[in-house]
Design a protein around this ligand. Structure first.
Ligand SMILES: Cc1cc2nc3c(=O)[nH]c(=O)nc-3n(C[C@H](O)[C@H](O)[C@H](O)COP(=O)(O)OP(=O)(O)OC[C@H]3O[C@@H](n4cnc5c(N)ncnc54)[C@H](O)[C@@H]3O)c2cc1C
Length: 401
């Protein structure tokens, strides 16, 4: 990849994940030239699903991805919360039409690979976006009004110059040191096991168009249908001492089955139907003090990982992208001011969502007798009451929308 030699420098984005691609599309729509540097040689997502709540789907629909998402994604009718021990329903929250009516945008269930492809298709067809795969950002320098990024590539080191750099490079961000943050994410003592099960192998009762959430001591399980109901996606989060940095590793089904021995039979039948498991160690970090300095800013997990107890990490990255593009449009000649305004807008929101995810984690994994109080509260909440509880989260809109 050759760096620009004349004219306006492009905006550089490190990382073509959900956050980086959404930021690129949003900025390109505003007429900006964007170059994405992605470490992987091609983008493919592990076989797992993602829930996209209205705060995120609203942004994607606004970018013209509505048709692609309605082809690829499903809309659950409800969230059903059950006791892991005996399968008793503790609470239900309407999703589907109720979400659309309340928030004007859908609550979606989509395979990560399908979401990634939908974003990539839009990015590839936009003349303002250049995608460079097999490029690992290794260090960053700012000189005057440009950033200079050192990149590792198969053909040897490269230097790429731009007007600013957005670090959308995930939990282990290599861009973060450029804003003076050298802290590392920490293992939280939990792992997530993920699998997809062919629908015909899943118990009939757990194949419905709904998200199931099962709560138990030190563990919980979430499942939902994907790809028109042909597969059921499962995520089980549990306490575990062994951390492995990086993406995923295979999990032993026998170890997994032993862990859920005392749980409700229909859930165990679903878990037993999984042909293979992939295990992710879960890492968190104290909120970063700084997300932006000069001409460099962080976005998505690089700025604020969110534990998967609220299904919001990807959603927050999408929100970030919308706000970043808005602030750069407001102050196109003053990049440091625009990035500072982006940080000021986003940091309180991210902190609130991170804290709510941690709080959910504590509530989901409670043991007896604390469960008595928790379950009483859950049983006392009507569907409308549950919806109301999350208005602050799902009702988010980019200013002016
Ligand atoms: C078990 C689990 C379930 C989850 N469920 C949900 C959910 O239902 N809903 C939801 O909204 N969120 C969910 N999340 C969170 C969500 O997956 C993440 O928050 C989201 O993927 C973050 O997107 P990102 O673009 O910031 O980072 P990433 O997806 O991590 O993308 C970073 C990209 O940067 C690239 N990269 C890394 N380093 C470099 C470098 N040095 N140079 C160039 N490129 C680089 C990577 O290859 C990658 O493509 C879940 C997470 C987990 C673990």
């Amino acid at each position: 990849m050759t760096s620009e030699t004349s004219g306006a420098r492009p905006i550089l984005i490190a990382g073509a994940g959900i956050g980086g691609l959404t930021a690129a599309i949003t900025l390109a729509r505003a007429g900006r030239q964007v170059a994405i540097l992605e470490r992987r040689t091609r983008v493919e997502e592990a076989g797992a699903g993602i829930q996209l709540s209205p705060n995120a789907s609203r942004v994607l629909v606004g970018l013209g991805l509505g048709a692609a998402l309605s082809r690829a994604a499903g809309e659950p009718e409800r969230l059903v919360v059950r006791s892991g021990r005996n399968g008793r329903v503790l609470s239900e929250m309407p999703l589907g039409d109720a979400m659309r009516r309340r928030h004007g945008a859908p609550y979606l269930l989509v395979h990560r690979a399908d979401l990634q492809m939908a974003l990539l298709d839009v990015a590839r067809s936009d003349p303002n976006i250049r995608l460079a795969f097999g490029r690992t950002v290794s260090s960053v320098d700012t000189e005057g009004d440009e950033v200079s990024v050192a990149v590792e590539a198969a053909g040897g080191p490269e230097t790429v110059r731009g007007s600013l750099l957005i670090g959308a490079d995930g939990l282990w961000s290599r861009v973060a040191p450029a804003i003076g943050d050298h802290t590392e994410a920490e293992f939280i003592g939990h792992v997530a096991w993920r699998a997809t099960v062919p629908a015909e192998a899943a118990p009939a009762a757990l194949r419905a168009q709904e998200t199931g959430l099962w709560l138990g001591r030190d563990a919980h399980v979430v499942h939902y249908p994907l790809r028109g109901g042909r597969v059921v996606n499962i995520v089980a989060v549990m306490r575990d001492r062994d951390a492995a940095r990086g993406w995923s590793r295979p999990g032993d089904p026998a170890v997994f089955a032993a862990r859920f021995r005392g749980w409700a039979p229909e859930l165990r039948d679903l878990l037993a139907a999984a042909p293979e498991w992939q295990v992710w160690s879960l890492f968190d970090r104290a909120p970063r003090q700084t997300w932006a300095a000069g001409r460099v800013a962080l976005l998505g997990d690089a700025a604020h990982p969110v534990l998967p107890f609220l299904a919001q990490g990807g959603a927050l990255a999408i929100e970030d992208a919308a706000v970043l593009a808005r602030e750069l449009a407001r102050a196109p000649q003053d990049v440091p001011a625009a990035l500072a305004a982006y940080q000021a807008d986003r940091r309180p929101r991210a902190r609130q969502v991170q804290a709510a995810a941690r709080q959910n984690g504590r509530a989901y994994h409670m043991g007896f007798p604390l469960t008595v109080g928790r379950d009483l509260v859950l049983r006392g909440l009507s569907g409308q009451g549950m919806l109301k509880r999350y208005d602050w989260l799902y009702g988010w809109k980019p200013e002016g929308a």
